[in-house]
Each structure stands twice: as structure tokens, then as C-alpha cells.
Design a protein around this ligand. Structure first.
Ligand code: CS2
Length: 487
């Protein structure tokens, strides 16, 4: 089967870039070229290039994985996004990525792009755990493997903070204006977070450049949203049918997409609004809404759903008891929020329920369950604290917390073991299936459960009561007890 490589080989029904790829230079470097970047920022950038042009193509960089480079290399950077929804499947080939490479073998090219004056934005999707953040104090976690390595050898960085600081130091020394840093991960105030990270890393390795990084680099915060499961053999087979050729880099995603961005780009930016992006002065209300209502509910579906034997999110939505808890959780999260201007939270919740139930999207609960220790703080604990401060009920947050702790035992209700896939996986080794011990272990993980929750008696009792039923009678029983309000 021929491989995707050029646009003129595509059938007419496949959408394609509306710009001449060779006529546009690289203006962005993106760290973390995975399915989400390809289905989200790359699509918006493609629309921006089609509508308004500019030298805004993307150099994709992965720190360790060679997958994107291996898949996109033979395809001249082209790949397909298949949108799967009620109106069937729609394929669109994206041309915004010039090429993808891997830091190890391509270090010289990556550094050259990062210091080039033409690179005006560096965007990131490296996942919550990729940054090496100290979750309790802000700044860097010196125990994070990449941070530890880069503190010792800052001139040959292997991690996110080390690489960005190195590039900014070289720019400062050469008198080159900085690039804007755009974190596109599901972390609250992701711009401020990455600013604190880089400033702290610089204070430890290049103190004379701290001022440049803290005061001259723009760190706009952003909210990103598009449900994008990991690609599978089915994704590639489906794409092959639509394209008539083979695309090893194809991704599938839902029709919905949202991007809210703080408009602070001193060196300019692509016309992402052409693809539907919303520019704002303050992304925080959007981030809080999405983290609490979408991602928090996802975590509920992941832990409770996985342990009830549901492989996909859509199966969770077909389980009436769980679907009812999903709706309740969205309401509980909504009650902690100030709605972003122009949005109605009840409508947002109703739209989310439809998105979760999309029968064409095979989004694995096990995929979402990954890295719970990095996701729970902003998705569940922050809104739980808000609810507590307002005197609102915390029972839905306590239920998700109990489900996560139960999941961290690493075996399902039938005793089948699974891997947690969490950077703190080792902390759980040997934990007994004892509700109090599980709560204590979770409460003691560094930087995960805020003290104000961990030390609150009512919270502790609410979580432990749910764990008692989950451990003794299984997750399905706990779901019903929660639904009946019987805890
Ligand atoms: C999910 C997110 O895997 C997860 O943790 O909650 O990746 C989610 O699908 C996206 O944020 C949707 O925009």
C-alpha cells in the first residue's frame, strides 16, 4: 500500500491544507508531538496558515520518543485527522508540521531552531508529569529525573525546563528577543506555572538570566479541549479506507474542539482564530470550568468505570447508574465555578454528556486513569476545597477520591493485577487493602492532596466510608450506594 506523502495523491473528499506548504517557514517549535497536538494545535495552525498565511509552520520535537519522527518522516510531515461523529467520518490532511524530530539524535537542529530569531513561539504538550513541577511549592522538583539530570548538566539538557532555559539563556546572551512559551497541558494557570518553573530552574543554573526569563518572556495561559484517544490499528485501517493510502501517523478525534488563549505574543502569532480559537485576557475561568467539569468527570469515569469493567468512556455513559453519577459530578463541579462570560454551565454539562457518549470514539478508561497523582489535585482536590469553603456538599469529590485510591491498589475486583502507570506508582507497593491505610497513603503523597483536605475530619470520613464499600463489596455496589445517597 502506498504511503501518504503528497497532497495530489488524495481523493477529492479528503480536506487538505489551503496553503502552499513550501512557501511558509517555521515560526513555532512544539514539544510533545502526540495525538493531542496533532488533533488540536496543529489543526488550528493549519487553518491559520490557510486563512492568513505567515511563517508559522511547526517544528515538532519529542524529548525521547522517536515515534513521531519515524511516522512523519516518510510522509513529508503530512498526517490525517479523522473526525468521528454523528455525521460519519471526515478526513482532513494537515500540513502545518514541517517535520518532527527527537532531541537526542537531532540536538543540534533542535537547539538551532530554539535560538533562531524566526522562532517566536514554543508550545508544549508534555503532560502533567513532564514538567518536573514541585506541586506543593511551585518551581522545580529536584527529584524529577529530567530536572535532576539538567541541574547537573544544564548545557546539555534532556528535560522541558532545562531545554527551554538553555534556549532562552542563549537568546539573551546573543541579544535575540525571546519566544513566547505556550503550555497546552491541563494544568491550572499553565502560563504562570511554566513561568515559575523556568524562573526557578534559571535561578539554580543561570542566575544572571532570571530577570530576562521572568520579565521579558510572555507565558500566556490557555485552555485546550478535544477528546483524542490514542491511535490504534483500527484508526490506521479506517484512515487507509478514507485516503486510499497508508498513514502511520493518523489520529482520530471528536468533531468538537475548543481553544481559549490569552493573547500575549510579543513576536506575533498565527491567526488561530481562523480555526475557531477564542482570544481572551484571562483564561482562568475557562480552565477551571474545563478541569473541574470535563477532566474531573473523566477521572470519575476512569477509576469507577474501569473498576466496574467498562473499557471505554462511552460504555460508562451507557451504564445508567454511572451516567447519573457523571451528571451529578458535573453539577457539583459547576457549583464551585464562576461561569466564563457568555457560557451557561448547565448547557456545557449537557454538551459534555453528549461528547462522552459519542459511540464513534473509543476512549479507554485505562488511558485516562494514567498519572492520577498528577491529575487529581487540579481536577478533584481544588474544586473539593472550593466546595468545602462554600459549605457545599463534597460527596462527589470524596467518591472520586475513594475510587482513585481503590484503583491505586493495582488489582480489580476479581483480583486481576494491572499497572497504575503513574510516576508515584512505587509509593503504592505493598499497601494493604485497608480503607484507612489507603487514605493515609494517598494523603501522604508529596504535593498531591492539600493539607486542608487531608486534615479535615469530615473529608477523611467521607472518603474512608466510600473506600470501605469499594474494598469490601466492589465498585459496582459502591456506585449504587453513592447513587442512593446512602453513605
Ligand atoms: C483526559 C484528557 O486523559 C485524560 O486525562 O481527561 O486527556 C481529556 O480527554 C482532554 O483534556 C480533553 O480535552
Amino acid at each position: 500500500m502506498t504511503r501518504l506523502r503528497a497532497l495530489d495523491q488524495l481523493p477529492a473528499h479528503v480536506a487538505r491544507p489551503g496553503f502552499d506548504r513550501d512557501a511558509h517557514g517555521v515560526g513555532m517549535v512544539h514539544l510533545g508531538v502526540g495525538a493531542f497536538h496533532k488533533a488540536h494545535q496543529a489543526v488550528y495552525t493549519d487553518a491559520a496558515l490557510s486563512a492568513a498565511g505567515g511563517d508559522w509552520r511547526i517544528l515538532g520535537v519529542n524529548l525521547r520518543s522517536t515515534t513521531a519522527a519515524d511516522q512523519l518522516g516518510p510522509q513529508n510531515g503530512l498526517f490525517t485527522v479523522v473526525e468521528r461523529g454523528a455525521n460519519g467520518d471526515r478526513a482532513r490532511v494537515i500540513g502545518a508540521i514541517e517535520r518532527a524530530c527527537t532531541l537526542g539524535p537531532d540536538r543540534a537542529a533542535v537547539m538551532a531552531a530554539l535560538v533562531a530569531p524566526t522562532t517566536r513561539i514554543v508550545s508544549l504538550t508534555v503532560s502533567e508529569k513532564g514538567y518536573g513541577l514541585d506541586r506543593s511549592g511551585g518551581g522545580v522538583d529536584p527529584a524529577h529525573p529530567a530536572i535532576a539530570a539538567d541541574l547537573v548538566r544544564p548545557e546539555e539538557p534532556v528535560g522541558v525546563a532545562g531545554l527551554l532555559v538553555r534556549a532562552l539563556v542563549l537568546r539573551d546572551a546573543a541579544g535575540v528577543a525571546p519566544f513566547a512559551v505556550l503550555s497546552c497541558d491541563n494544568l491550572p494557570e499553565n502560563g504562570a506555572m511554566v513561568r515559575a518553573l523556568l524562573t526557578d530552574f534559571a535561578a539554580r543554573t543561570a542566575p544572571q538570566h532570571v530577570d530576562f526569563i521572568a520579565n521579558q518572556v510572555a507565558f500566556p495561559s490557555t485552555m485546550v479541549d478535544r477528546i483524542t484517544p490514542a491511535s490504534t490499528a483500527d484508526t490506521l485501517a479506517r484512515t487507509e479506507q478514507l485516503l486510499g493510502c497508508r498513514d502511520e501517523a493518523a489520529v482520530e478525534t471528536e468533531p468538537f474542539s475548543q481553544w481559549v488563549i490569552e493573547d500575549r505574543f510579543p513576536g506575533g502569532r498565527p491567526a488561530w482564530d481562523a480555526g475557531g480559537a477564542i482570544f481572551t485576557d484571562d483564561a482562568r475561568p475557562f480552565e477551571a470550568m474545563k478541569l473541574g467539569m470535563l477532566n474531573g468527570t473523566h477521572s470519575l469515569m476512569a477509576y469507577a468505570g474501569f473498576l466496574c469493567g467498562h473499557r471505554y468512556v462511552r460504555d460508562v455513559m451507557a451504564d445508567h447508574a454511572l451516567a447519573a453519577l457523571v451528571r451529578r459530578h458535573m453539577s457539583a463541579a459547576a457549583a464551585t465555578l464562576k461561569p466564563p462570560t457568555g457560557l451557561i454551565l448547565a448547557q456545557y454539562a449537557a454538551d459534555l454528556a453528549k461528547r462522552f457518549a459519542n459511540p464513534a470514539i473509543a476512549h479507554e478508561t485505562y488511558q485516562i486513569a494514567m498519572d492520577g497523582s498528577q491529575k487529581m489535585p487540579q481536577r478533584i482536590f481544588a474544586p473539593a476545597l472550593q466546595a468545602m469553603e462554600r459549605g457545599a456538599p463534597v460527596d462527589s469529590f470524596a467518591f472520586v477520591t475513594a475510587a482513585w485510591l481503590r484503583y491505586c491498589l493495582g488489582r480489580d475486583d476479581a483480583g486481576e493485577p494491572y499497572k497504575l502507570r503513574d510516576p508515584l506508582e512505587g509509593e503504592w507497593a505493598g499497601t494493604a487493602a485497608d480503607p484507612t491505610a489507603l487514605f493515609e497513603r494517598g494523603a501522604q503523597l508529596p504535593g498531591v492532596m492539600p493539607d486542608a483536605l487531608a486534615r479535615d475530619d469530615a473529608w477523611r470520613q467521607a472518603v474512608i466510608a466510600r473506600l470501605v464499600v469499594m474494598v469490601r463489596d466492589g465498585m459496582a455496589r459502591a456506585v449504587h450506594t453513592q447513587l442512593q445517597g446512602a453513605f
